[in-house]
Design a protein around this ligand. Structure first.
Ligand code: SAH
Ligand code: SF4
Ligand code: F3S
Length: 452
């Protein structure tokens, strides 16, 4: 047994946050004790992200701060987990001497052995990727969540090889977790009082385990837990069967919100990005979503300034975004990553200031679309799941609509974890303000909203 304290600091996507909860479980099984700050910990882990250069620089800076902590505390152990592990293991351990232990995303079960090696005075590394590992039998320990919403990883890795993206190299081959273990984890969450589950994977809708595909899994999970709300992230536009859209439309607890990354609105650009759809095919899919799921809320990811991007291609992205009217968008300037096809074959030839200018245009247009969309919400009723106090005041609760919009309302006698029917009274581009009407439930709200 090892009764040291540990602290995990997590960067990157939701999957990394879910992985940190798996690592919590592995360490706590050894008798180790989680603490809330680096200063209190005997072992500090940084769960890292490589997706863009600025994600990596944040981690490097943090590791330098931890090295400073180590100067005064010789016995402190610092480790790197996650997507940066493989690529920079030598640099981290040998050249910079910043850390003691490096563990890739498929090697977390080995952490106890690696910690023992460090105790014996050695540096320890395991960055092997696996074809099978899904941590299916490990129940994640959610130490930092709100107790209401949870992430459940259903697949790992990615085989898509979009030309700009490092994920297939950091996370390895795509593989799906057995559905029995997914359903078991959701049963446990239900027993613990969780009310919302987001199923996670880099191509979550490509999930396939034996005969169970993503639509079947969503069907099974949502019918077993009618008062749990389900979301999923991130689906890929190439794999969206109509049956899934119909299921979302019919099931009250499958949220009418779809994150559907476009990356670009230009067919020539999509081809260079190795995204296997055209602008027209993407727009057809969006039209189908809007038709089958009336009122569906959509969000996207967009990259500005990818290799050889012309002004015309950029304008195609602007017009696509204007046409779809997303409720939310994650927008990035292209950042070249080693090992990707773009790094090997294309030139990162859009000057920084042009990338920035295009990104700013994209963001400004998106903000005004969101404000317009939110204005239309005023007077509408929504079922909000209260997730906790609002950032500004403990007299207000905040939570999200089924359509994933953040709502703030007066606390009155409502509690975190309750479904509350609200009427929207105001908005900004990012948040809706509402008047609470009555405590409710998924069953009641979608059968008959309260009479007020
Ligand atoms: N699997 C998800 C994306 C995961 S990465 C999908 O395919 O939709 C999250 C987002 O980061 C991507 O959608 C993309 O918009 C962005 N991204 C990935 N690589 C990038 C890079 N090299 N530069 C800038 N943004 C990038
Ligand atoms: Fe990256 Fe493309 Fe895989 Fe998404 S689908 S993780 S963007 S390679
Ligand atoms: Fe980053 Fe790895 Fe996620 S590179 S975005 S943490 S899969």
């Amino acid at each position: 047994m090892n009764n040291k304290t540990f602290y995990i600091e997590t960067y990157g996507c939701q999957m990394n946050f879910a992985d940190s909860e798996v690592v919590n479980s592995i360490l706590m099984n050894q008798g180790m004790v989680p603490v809330q700050s680096a200063e209190e910990a005997d072992v500090i882990f940084v769960n890292t992200c490589s997706i863009r250069e600025n994600a990596e620089s944040r981690v490097w800076n943090r590791l330098k701060e931890f090295r400073a902590l180590k100067k005064n505390r010789q016995e402190l152990t610092v480790g790197v987990l996650g997507c940066m592990a493989e690529r920079i293991r030598e640099q981290i351990i040998d050249k910079e001497k910043l850390v003691d232990i490096v563990v890739g995303p498929d090697a977390y079960r080995d952490i106890p052995n690696l910690l023992a090696e460090v105790d014996d005075g050695r540096k320890a590394v395991n960055v092997l990727l696996s074809l099978e590992e899904t941590y299916a039998d490990i129940s994640p320990v959610r130490t930092s969540g709100n107790g209401v919403t949870a992430f459940v990883s259903i697949m790992r890795g990615c085989d898509n090889m979009c030309s700009f993206c490092v994920v297939p190299f950091t996370r390895g081959r795509e593989r799906s977790r057995p559905f029995e273990s997914i359903l078991r984890e959701i049963d446990e969450l239900d027993q613990q009082g969780y009310k919302e589950v987001t199923l996670l994977g880099q191509n979550v809708n490509s999930y396939k385990h034996e005969n169970t595909d993503f639509t079947t899994l969503m069907d099974l999970a949502s019918s077993r837990h009618p008062e749990i709300r389900f979301r999923f992230s991130s689906p890929h536009p190439k794999d969206f069967p109509e049956a899934l859209l119909h299921l979302i439309a019919e099931r009250p607890n499958l949220c009418n919100y779809i994150h559907i990354p476009a990356q670009s609105g230009s067919s020539s650009m999509l081809e260079r990005m190795r995204r296997p759809y055209t602008r027209e095919q993407y727009l057809e899919l969006i039209a189908k979503m809007k038709k089958i799921i009336p009122g569906v809320s959509l969000s996207t990811d967009i990259i500005a300034g990818f290799c050889d991007e012309t002004e015309r291609e950029h304008q195609d992205t602007m017009s696509l975004m204007k046409f779809v009217e997303y409720d939310l968008a994650y927008m990035f300037a292209y950042s070249e990553r080693e090992r990707t096809l773009a790094h090997r074959k294309y030139e990162d030839n859009i000057p920084e200031e042009v990338k920035k200018k295009r990104l700013t245009e994209i963001i400004q247009q998106q903000m005004s679309i969101q404000e317009k969309n939110n204005q239309k919400e005023i007077g509408q009723r929504h079922l909000v799941l209260a997730e906790g106090f609002s950032k500004r005041s403990d007299q207000q609760l905040s939570g999200r609509t089924d359509t994933n919009k953040m709502v703030v309302f007066d606390r009155e006698n409502y509690q975190k974890g309750e479904y509350v029917e609200v009427e929207i009274t105001g908005c900004t581009s990012a948040t809706l303000i509402a008047r609470p009407i009555a405590k409710s439930s998924i069953g009641r709200f979608y059968a008959e909203p309260a009479y007020a």
